[in-house]
Design a protein. Structure first.
Length: 95
């Protein structure tokens, strides 16, 4: 039991909430770009979201829950692509 508490405390220290805040800010900025009427800007934003990878997944899913229409679909597609890339990496032995 004590070992679990120590491990939880270490995890909290090693992954500060500040990182989560920075990732959330990046995702929100890209979501704004994703909403652009310019197709290239929106497509580039989706590609950048996917590049952020697994670390951005929670923020992307959170934004998808708050979104509707095309924005929601694009965020869900980005999340699915991240999941697919993660599984592909594990199969290839990169994770």
């Amino acid at each position: 039991m004590n070992r679990l508490l120590v491990m939880a405390a270490l995890a909290a220290i090693l992954v500060p909430p500040q990182q989560d805040d920075e990732m959330t800010k990046k995702v929100k900025l890209l979501v704004e770009q994703l909403r652009s009427d310019d197709v290239q800007t929106a497509d580039d934003a989706v590609a950048e979201l996917v590049k952020l990878g697994k670390g951005a997944l929670a923020a992307i899913k959170d934004e998808a829950l708050k979104s509707t229409g095309d924005t929601k679909l694009k965020l869900e597609a980005a999340a699915a692509e991240i999941g697919k890339n993660d599984r592909r990496g594990k199969v290839m032995g990169h994770a």
